[in-house]
Design a protein around this ligand. Structure first.
Ligand code: 13P
Length: 266
């Protein structure tokens, strides 16, 4: 299957999920990571196009949440925190809580992004606590999962995804999880310019969907699964053509309005 024309490939893993796409409008997330200043952020919002369908969420650095909360008034845009600490409040210098994220205008929060896992040693146990804290404060969690290059080369993708899902979601009430969004971001595809091919994306997404069906049958088909990793204006349409891809989590190509507009209009 690999090496086929990605613009025409419709794969085996999409079978059985044909109607999922009709139920879910695509979600586009601009994850700015540690980039941009207030002036650029405001210009981005000013120049942002309206997506063909679906919704747009901006995940700015925490310093830009408040100004963006003002700037997006009257627009159909939402904000997402890139990070928070799971404790309610207290002596945690440098941290901010889920309720502070909410207060600053965020309705979503990224949890378990590979950069937090790898540069800041965030463990699965922490990710679990953060997920619980997000749900308790009605912040919609965007749980990021994905294997590293080594894990991929050892054929451990499913083992890794399953462990990440298990530890993050374990013990959570099925009903509470109905707002959950999952992003499949293979670590080797993040910031490398090497996006996963359609086969791998379908396979990863189908595995996550099957895992959800097994453990949370009542809500499994309601949970959007996004793809992230070197998404750009050239490959976005092909990813969105997969039934299982309910949206895109975009890093580098979301740092300016023109490439991101091309993605949300594709
Ligand atoms: P890039 O789009 O820069 O590869 O980043 C992906 C990502 O990590 C989004 O969260």
């Amino acid at each position: 299957v690999r090496g086929v024309d990605i613009f025409t490939y419709r794969g085996e893993y999409d079978k059985g999920y044909e109607d999922l796409r009709e139920q879910m409008e695509p979600i586009f997330i601009a994850n700015w990571k540690m980039n941009l200043f207030e002036k650029e952020a405001l210009a981005f919002v000013r120049d942002l196009a309206v997506p063909k369908t679906g919704s747009v969420i901006i995940a700015p650095p925490a310093t830009l949440l408040f100004p963006l909360k003002q700037a997006i008034k009257g627009k159909s845009l939402a904000l997402c925190g890139q990070n928070f600490f799971f404790e309610e409040k207290g002596a945690y210098t440098g941290e901010l809580s889920a309720s502070q994220l909410k207060d600053s205008g965020a309705s979503y929060a990224l949890i378990g992004h590979s950069e937090r896992r790898h540069y800041f040693n965030e463990s699965d146990a922490w990710i679990h606590q953060k997920l619980k804290s997000a749900l308790a404060h009605h912040l919609i969690p965007i749980l990021c999962v994905g294997e590293t290059l080594d894990e991929k080369e050892e054929g451990k993708e499913e083992e890794v995804l399953s462990k990440q899902l298990h530890t993050a979601l374990e013990g959570s009430d099925e009903k509470a999880l109905s707002s959950l969004v999952i992003a499949y971001e293979p670590v080797w595809a993040i910031g490398t310019g090497l996006a996963a091919d359609l086969f791998l994306i379908e396979r990863g997404h189908a595995f996550i969907r099957k895992w959800l069906e097994k453990h949370y049958p009542a809500i499994a088909t309601k949970i959007p699964i996004l793809y992230g990793g070197s998404v750009n204006e050239k490959n976005a349409a092909s990813f969105l053509s997969l039934q299982e891809v309910a949206g895109l989590l975009v890093g580098g190509a979301s740092l300016a309005a023109p490439p991101f507009n091309a993605i949300i209009r594709s």
